[in-house]
Design a protein around this ligand. Sequence first.
Ligand code: THU
Length: 398
Amino acid sequence: MVRPLELIGIKTNLVRPGEDLVEALLGGMERSGLALTDGDVLVVAESAIATAEGGVVNLSEVAPGPRARELAEKYGKDPREMELILASSDRIMGGIPGVVLTVKDGFLYPNAGIDHSNAPPGHVVLFPKDPQSSAAAMRRRMEEATGKRIGVVIGDSRTHPLRLGCVGVALACDGILPVEDARGQKDLYGRPLLVTRKAVADNLVSAAEVVMGEGDEGVPAVIIRGAPVKFAGDGEEMTIPSIPPEECMYIGSLRCGPHPYQGGYDRLIESARGAMERAYAPYSGFRVGAALLTKGGRVYSAANVENASSGAAICAERAAIAKAASEGEREFEALAVVAETEEPVAPCGICRQSLIEFGDEIKVIMANAQGDAEIATAGELLPRGFTVKAFGTKDRGA
Ligand code: THU
C-alpha cells in the first residue's frame, strides 16, 4: 500500500504585525496537541509571513505618483495600491480591470503579490520581503525547537490560464527539493518519461490549501505528513527554479514584447547612442539614435533628421534602414534605438512597418541614455503586421 498522506492544519490566533510566527505556530500546535515528526513538511501561508514581518500598509498613508494614477485609471485600481504595486515590482506586463500582471525577480505575480484579503479594513498586505530567507529561518527555528528534521514551503495561491479558481504555488522552499526530475522514469507502458518534472513544492501547497482555506479559517500553516518528498542533501539547490519566458509555454506562445534586455547588444546600443549625438532635431529637441546590425556583422547608424516642414522629418530608425538598404543590405539581426527618455524609447508605428519589411524576427533593443533597455522582435512590436506575405501567390496586377 502507498503510505497515506496526512494534512494537519495548525490553528493559531490572528497573526499580527511584528508577531513571532514561529512562536504562534508552536503555541497553536501545543493547544491542539500536535507535534512535528521527522520528514514532515510545513506549508506556511505567505500572507502570514508578510503580516508577521510587518508588511501591512495603511492605504491612507500612501501618496500615489503620476504613473500610479495613470495605471490605476487604466486598470480600474486604487491609485494608492497601484503606487505600492509599482514600488514592489520590476515590471508591469499588462492587466485587466482590477488586476495587473507584474514581474519580480523573474516570477509573475498578480498585483505584485499585494493582497486585500486577510488585511484589516483600509489596509493591504505586501508581498513577503524575502520568502527564501523566511523559509530557511522558519525551518532552522522549527528544527531547533522540536529536534525534528522538516521541510518548509511558503505557499501562495494563483490561477492557471483560462481556469476558474486558485491553486497553490510555492514561493520558497527549504529543506526539500522543490522540483523533482522524473525524466528517465518509465510510464505505465514502459516508455521513458521525456520532459516530466514534478513541481513537488507547488503540489504540496495545493494539498495544504485544501485544509488551509483562503479566508477566516485561521489556519496559516499545514503540516504534511507522509509525503514522499526528497530531502535536500548538502549543497543541493532548494530555491524554486524558474525558466526564461521563451521556454514557457504560456508566455512563449502568447509572446508580446517587450522583455527585459539581458545583454548581448551593448556595442550596438553604444553605436545608437553615438548617432543620437548627431541628431538634427532643432524643432522638437528630441534626439534619437539608431543602429542596425546586419546578419553579416555590419552596423549602420543614423539619427533623426527634422525639417521646417514637419512631415518631412525622418526618424532615426528609418534613416538607419534606408542607409543600410541602399548599400544593398537586406538581412538584419537587430536594431538598437536610444533617446533621452525616462523609459526606453519605442519605435514609432511607421518605423515598425519599415522594419518588419525585412523580417519579423529582427530584434529591437529599445534603450534610454541612462542605460535602461528592453528587447522585442519586430513582430512583437507589430503583431499581425502587413508584409509581402499578404500578396500571397496572386497575380499582383503588374
Ligand atoms: N523620432 C525618431 O527618430 N524615432 C522614433 O521612434 C520616434 C520619433 C523622432 C522624429 C522627430 O524628429 C522627433 O523624434 C520627435 O517626433
